[in-house]
Design a protein around this ligand. Structure first.
Ligand code: TRP
Length: 458
């Protein structure tokens, strides 16, 4: 066990898991989908999904990981050596981690370019159109696209190379508190200089209209934002010491992740609402087109702009670390690779697989026109296809199977031995958790999947 590594402290685990959960999903995606879904009610549905589906599945993942002290595949093998069928959950997880990291690292690379641009005063004096078109030009630059993707994969690999307590824990312990601090400063700044009241009313108006599609999106996002459904929390849980209260740790991580998502809205909306002529458009670009313009037109913007993009980069890094660790821990435990060799090989292969994603937005024409999947009538490029596949299908399917396994298959004594450990699961009651993981979480996800396939119509 000791050769696999362990978290040095209880706080180390909570910060690393919170670092995994808090990422581009919170800072970029949540504010944007909340805006699209008219705020209030969507936020409420999201909070319900987080509590009755997200939190129970997070507890289940950490429980399975710690009980077996194995990677995503090894854990199911250890619990049911004869029934290889359960290992499919692990395989699916490793593949999903591989896929998500390959394109996530591309967007993470953009945050590095934008940190640098804000630091060097690139945006000063430029109008909104020029700033927006410079984002397009950046996307169409193959060298910078692949270059930043390579840099981000390299930094991620360098941290994971150091192992659990000397690599991941050491860095997340610094980065996560730093990230929270920057975010709070930005929020105070934004609420006091922008349209704070309007922003708060938008987020907490629980009578705003919501569509069925919006409700599905809320559930899907609950998985992505909490890093659930692919064994990331399972893997982090496998390095967790036996004396930690799983319920409390999972609760803390979930609350932190949710707070960051809400605070991210409170950072962006007041600024955007104070500029009524600037529209949020449905694109990945808002953060890279609208915000840089706003930052350079408000007081102290030249300080807050690099801070903001650096924050995004840190948040992304603590997430990419967890994605890489899922794949690495599998090769270390199951294929008996040496950790260092594994990190080098795995991150290089993921880097290669991500290259077409980096070239998907116009950098190389024939690659940008590859369409693998479609969403409704829209054909999706390489980047969007893998994002769609992973967040809309692989994570919910993985999460549903994990919930089913934890609720119905895993032995009750084993579950109790893990969950009643530590401070005795006072915060979240075992019976309540067991009910949710058996009946509520898997059924909710199943209904959503059936709806997506078209078997259930509303
Ligand atoms: N949760 C991260 C975010 O919100 C992304 C992420 C990291 C993730 N690790 C994951 C998503 C594992 C799913 C599974 O940006």
């Amino acid at each position: 066990m000791s050769s696999r590594g362990n978290w040095g402290t209880r706080l180390g685990f909570v910060l690393a898991a919170a670092g995994s959960a808090v990422g581009l999903g919170n800072l970029w995606k949540f504010p944007y989908i909340t805006y699209d879904n008219n705020g209030g009610t969507f936020v409420l549905v999201y909070l319900i999904c987080i509590s009755i589906v997200g939190l129970p599945i997070m507890i289940a993942e950490i429980m399975i990981g710690r009980s077996t002290q194995k990677n995503a595949v090894g854990a199911f093998k250890a619990l049911f050596p004869q029934q290889w069928i359960w290992q499919i959950i692990g395989w699916l997880g490793i593949a999903t981690g591989f896929i998500i990291l390959s394109y996530y690292s591309v967007v993470a690379g953009w945050t590095l370019e934008y940190t640098l641009r804000s630091l060097t005063g690139y945006f000063s004096g430029l109008g909104p159109d020029v700033i927006a078109s410079s984002f397009g030009e950046f996307l169409a630059d193959p060298v910078r696209q692949v270059g930043w993707h390579a840099v981000f994969m390299f930094i991620t690999a360098a941290v994971v190379f150091g192992g659990i307590s000397k690599g991941i824990e050491r860095w997340t312990k610094v980065l996560v508190p730093l990230l929270f601090a920057i975010l709070l400063v930005l929020m105070v700044y934004s609420l006091t200089t922008g349209a704070g009241k309007k922003a708060i009313a938008f987020i907490f108006n629980f009578s705003s209209p919501i569509s069925t599609h919006g409700m599905l999106e809320a559930l899907g996002h609950a998985f992505f934002t909490l890093s659930l459904g692919m064994g990331a929390m399972l893997t982090y849980g496998s390095y967790l010491r036996k004396d930690t209260d799983i319920g409390k740790a999972a609760f803390t991580v979930t609350v932190l992740d949710t707070l960051v998502a809400l605070v991210a809205c409170l950072v962006m909306y007041p600024i955007i609402f104070a500029n009524p002529d600037l529209q949020i458009t449905e694109s990945i670009g808002i953060i890279f087109t609208t915000l840089p313009y706003i930052f350079q037109s408000i007081p102290l913007g030249n300080i807050f702009s690099p801070l903001f993009f650096a924050l995004m980069a840190f948040a992304a890094l603590t997430s990419t670390i967890s994605l890489l660790e899922v794949v690495v821990s599998y090769t270390v435990d199951e294929l008996k690779w040496q950790r260092h060799r594994s990190v080098i090989v795995v991150s290089f292969v993921i880097f290669l697989f991500g290259i077409p994603s980096a070239l998907s937005y116009g950098a190389v024409d024939w690659i940008s026109s590859i369409t693998l999947l479609s969403k409704g009538d829209a054909a999706l490029n390489w980047f969007d296809s893998f994002d769609y596949l992973a967040s809309n299908w692989l994570l919910p399917i993985g999460g549903m199977l994990i919930a089913f396994f934890a609720g119905w298959i895993m032995k009750v004594e084993l579950k109790k031995a893990e969950i009643l450990q530590g401070e005795g699961f006072k915060l979240i009651n075992y019976g309540v958790w067991n009910f949710l993981i058996k009946f509520v979480s898997p059924v909710a996800v199943l209904l959503v999947l059936l709806y997506k396939i078209g078997i259930i119509k509303l």
